[in-house]
Design a protein around this ligand. Structure first.
Ligand code: CP
Length: 310
């Protein structure tokens, strides 16, 4: 009999009630971690299959599994150290890994790879980033962080800054924010890496207000959240295109002076110079708190995928 699997493939699959349940579960996971973890995933195995580099996503998923008593197999460099290098298809790799584990967390270079994996997987698949497509679990931890910092998401003004074309986190976060009332999104990017039309169409359908601009200073004093991103050098078609987009928006001490006192700065990280280290000590710099929240959200997600949530 075919099992009804809970995959995490894209941010559009989350509606508001599900987000609220997930955030409540993540909050409980904060207590689980404080208590030293539990054993609810004892005997369960996660495969982490990363065809692209990662620090936070892979390690927080692995930590999540360990914190809940499960174990992890996998490769941090699947492009070189899995049989993909011998020509094995993604589908065959997933069919094989299905036999070895209970949940697969995969990052891949190609948009849509997680959906292809889920189509043949016999266990839940979690999309840990598919090229320039989506990064749904990052958006979930971003939204969890915003909700935790402000006590709400409704009514907030969120400025997404930097590489909005190749930066998959902003696509997923836009889809998540579409679940909330009276949010306003400012897309601040160089002309050659603005937010893609398909993201704007989705926001239009959902009635979400947004504007596109190249002027970060124009919204510095009114945004509740400044969501800075790295210019994704590795995804540009040419060095010339990358250079057109790089170095435009730097958050530094002078920028802090222009921000609201109750605003926060988020960044999915890693950063590559777009937030100066002098900003880190300011209480509004929430990006390291944000990265820790990734552990709690991923614990809640894995427990849900394995039907072992509270
Ligand atoms: N935010 C994020 O996806 O970080 P990593 O690339 O280090 O996983």
């Amino acid at each position: 009999m075919e099992r009804n699997l809970y995959h995490v493939l894209g941010a559009k699959q989350f509606d508001r009630p599900e987000l609220e349940r997930l955030f409540a579960a993540a909050e409980k996971m904060e207590d689980v971690v404080a208590a030293g973890g539990d054993k609810r995933l004892s005997g369960k195995i996660m495969t982490t299959l990363f065809f692209e580099a990662s620090t936070r996503t892979r390690l927080s998923f692995e930590s999540a599994m360990h914190r809940l008593g499960g174990s992890v197999i996998g490769t941090e460099n699947a492009a070189q150290f899995s049989s993909a290098i011998k020509g094995e298809t993604l589908e065959d790799t997933i069919r094989i890994v299905t036999g070895y584990s209970d949940v697969i967390v995969m990052r891949h270079t190609e948009i849509g790879a997680a959906k292809r994996a889920a189509a043949v997987a016999g266990v839940p698949v979690i999309n840990a980033g598919d090229g320039a497509g989506e990064h749904p679990t990052q958006a979930l931890l971003d939204a969890y962080t915003i909700n935790k910092e402000f006590g709400r998401i409704d009514g907030l003004r969120i400025a997404m800054v930097g590489d909005l074309t190749y930066g998959r986190t902003v696509h997923s976060l836009s889809y998540i924010l579409a679940n909330y009332q009276d949010v306003m999104i400012d897309f601040i990017a160089p002309e050659n890496v603005q937010i893609p039309p398909y993201v704007k169409h989705y926001l239009d359908e959902k009635g979400i207000r947004y504007q596109e601009t190249q002027d970060l200073n124009a919204v510095a004093g009114s945004a509740d959240v400044i969501y800075q991103t790295r210019i994704q050098k590795e995804r540009f078609p040419s060095v010339e295109e990358y250079e057109k987009a790089s170095g435009k928006y730097i958050i530094d001490g002078a920028f802090l002076d222009r921000m609201r006192k109750d605003a926060i700065i988020l960044h999915p990280l890693p950063r590559a110079g777009e937030i100066a280290e002098e900003v880190d000590a300011d209480p509004r710099a929430a990006y390291f708190r944000q990265a820790v929240n990734g552990l709690y959200i991923r614990m809640a997600l894995v427990a849900k995928c394995l039907n072992l949530a509270d």
